[in-house]
Design a protein around this ligand. Sequence first.
Ligand SMILES: [Zn+2]
Length: 360
Amino acid sequence: MLVNVSDTENGSKTFHWKTSYPTATYLVSLAIGKYDKWTDTYTSMDGNIQMPVEYYTYPNLTEKARYDWKNTVDMLKFFSGYIGEYPFINEKYGMATFGWVGGAMEHQTISSMGYTLVTGNGKYEDIVVHELVHQWFGDAVTPASWKDIWLNEGFASYGEALWVEHTNGKDALKNFMKKSDYSFFMGTVYDPEGYIFGPTVYKKGSWCLHMLRGVTGDSLFRQIIRTYYEEFKYKNADTYQFQKICEDITGNDLNYFFNQWIFTGAGRPEYSYSWKYEKDDASTDLYKVSLLLKQNQDDMEVYSMPLKILFKTNAGEEEITVFNDSRSQQINHSVKGIPLDVIIDNDNWVLKKIKKEENN
Ligand SMILES: [Zn+2]
């Protein structure tokens, strides 16, 4: 918070800023220049606090930034509702342009936006979302070490997906996750090697949360995110602590999940499948589908995941969930109507490659 501006004898000014929240040192920044400034207001969820949302732009970008950043307060509302109240509610949130070209940075209580990311057509709204979500994950909950950096970047990147889903619906989420799949990710999500701010940490990290949500279901997933935030707010957290929260809330051992996606696994399942059917019983319109599902990847013997299987027949559609945990699994299921197609993971909850073989 800007406490005071005073003139000095030599004609310069002294700005006095203050924060009462713990701050990780890498989240402190000073932005100094000729700025236009305007202010918006976010009302806390309990209705008691009117928090300023302050925008600072280079004067030639003001009009464009007013357009690009216009949804910031709505984003604050959405993510406070989803995760828990904005962590710095007694101070402020803000956005400021700065002299970077292609990047942005989640400085605590005021995100910095590279000036080329202000375009006046909302092109980089996902970055506005990303930096805001960092205020919860990165800033309020800070990773214990750089090994855990996906707890920042995977979470902020999945925040982008949640915003897309919130504003544009389920199909938009599905497309967004498809675009977040670079089809190949190098190394592990945890303790990444080399340049750590790469697609594995951001995009596969985001996919890990998406898959976790696929495994737990929406309601438990949200409970996990909220509890993790509440428990580690203004502190540090590591990946093992996050896993423990996931296990406490679901009541399940999630070692398989964390090992194959985050700690050890560096690949993805490569599925192939074929199916055939026969009349189940001459007296009914039931057909028995026999599905043979295989895993063919080299990097890991078996990926264990729940998979949704969609059966399309001339009488409609039916979806079941199976837990796939072997290289070769035979699945038998009876459906109503003549089977026309079988689709695995139609809603794209699993990072994978998949190939349908000729029906046999
Ligand atoms: Zn980030």
